[in-house]
Design a protein around this ligand. Structure first.
Ligand code: FES
Ligand SMILES: [Fe+2]
Length: 380
């Protein structure tokens, strides 16, 4: 893998009215992380209306290429048609509900394994055995149900909300910012991914991700190998986007994992559950979180190289990260979830400094504000 030089992220424009300077909202009650009914409301109001990462476009290269993705209890069929247009459908046959496809591969059509209804790559029903003489049956009116899909710099996002604003409208200026910091981002290939079940609510997991207050105490390797913790800050990217921009100076001491002479650290968290990370030296990697239940979440860690290969250098980084930062966070969120479920615990207290910086949790106040906006009717 060739590591390209990156421009400094110092010129990324954070929200001029830094979140640290506005008074923090009241803390969230413990039930925000533990209540089953509220969790279901959040799934409906937040996740089923947000852009969610499905997979990298390198899985969908070429006409007829398809991939099945499981997301929020739904099975989705992503396929590129003969004109290279990418479609996302519910993987549900319109006859009696059997799954149309599994795993991934190449197809010219999809034949349901149950009664052999056949769909083209645009989701149209092309044939259905025995239906010719059936009164009122019009196969031209039968179509796989669609989900919104967009390719965003080579990353495929879906949205269950057919009325949702585009990715660019939802996350304004994000694409341009990422392309400036990582000019070849759209040409990268998926290289490797691992995942784990977190024993916590999704919000515990993404809160943990969006503050580095705990880094120096817990993430020794990250604090020596990737960033200078004192320089870490998290601020919204612009006024309108629900994006948190993490920035830090690259660690250059003896414990550094890279040649860090060429860039700083940056990451971009897209509410509610995805993050692009640009490690010093230009290594592109991602996190994403998928809620499984009120108290469990699947966290995925992805890595992207120039040709899809995992070099010895990249393998070393993946393994170091997996056994340190990634593993350490699994323990943290598990412990926090237990605490939140304790009958003694009513609400958290955020440490919010008007100066911002690594020891301030202003970024969590931001997450809480967005969540409250989405589920306003719950009185959270
Ligand atoms: S359920 Fe698909 S053909 Fe019957
Ligand atoms: Fe952490």
């Amino acid at each position: 893998m060739t590591l390209e030089a990156l421009p400094s992220h110092a010129s990324v424009r954070a929200n001029p009215a830094s979140v640290a300077s506005s008074p923090p909202p009241p803390p969230l009650p413990a039930r925000a992380y533990t209540d089953e009914e509220l969790y279901r409301k959040v799934l409906e109001r937040v996740f089923f209306r947000s852009w969610l990462y499905a997979c990298h476009a390198s899985f969908l290269e070429g006409a007829g290429r398809y991939k099945v993705v499981e997301l929020l209890g739904e099975s989705l069929l992503l396929v590129r048609d003969q004109s290279n247009v990418l479609h996302a459908f519910y993987n549900v046959c319109q006859h009696r509900g059997h799954r149309i496809a599994s795993d991934e591969g190449n197809a010219t059509r999809f034949v349901c394994p149950y009664h052999a209804w056949c769909y083209d790559l645009q989701g149209r029903l092309k044939s259905a055995p025995g239906t010719k003489g059936v009164r009122g049956f019009d196969k031209d009116k039968v179509h796989l149900a669609r989900v919104r899909v967009e390719e965003f710099l080579g990353f495929v996002f879906v949205n269950f909300d057919r009325q949702a604003a585009s990715m660019e409208q939802t996350y304004p200026n994000l694409a341009a910012t990422l392309e400036r910091l990582c000019p070849d981002i759209a040409a990268r290939y998926f290289a490797f991914e691992h995942s784990a079940q977190e024993e916590s609510n999704w919000l515990v997991a993404v809160e943990n991700y969006n503050e580095c207050y705990h880094c120096q105490h817990v993430h020794k390797a990250f604090s020596q190998g990737i960033v200078v913790p004192e320089s870490y800050d998290v601020q919204p990217l612009g006024c309108d986007a629900r994006v948190l921009h993490h920035s830090a100076k690259a660690a250059t001491g003896e414990g550094s994992w890279y040649d860090t002479s060429r860039s700083d650290y940056a990451s971009f968290f897209l509410y509610p559950g995805f993050s692009f990370q640009l490690y010093p030296s230009g290594l592109l990697n991602t996190y994403y979180w998928r809620p499984l239940s009120v108290s469990t979440t699947r966290v995925h860690r992805g890595w992207f190289s120039h040709d899809g290969s995992v070099s010895a250098e990249l393998e070393d980084v993946i393994e170091r990260d997996r056994t340190t930062t990634f593993a350490e966070d699994l323990e943290l969120v598990k412990s926090v979830q237990r605490g939140l479920e304790s009958r003694s615990f009513e609400q958290a207290q955020l440490v919010v400094s008007t100066q911002g910086g690594v020891k301030s949790e202003h970024s969590l106040a931001c997450l809480h504000r967005w969540l409250r906006e989405d589920v306003a009717e719950t009185g959270l």
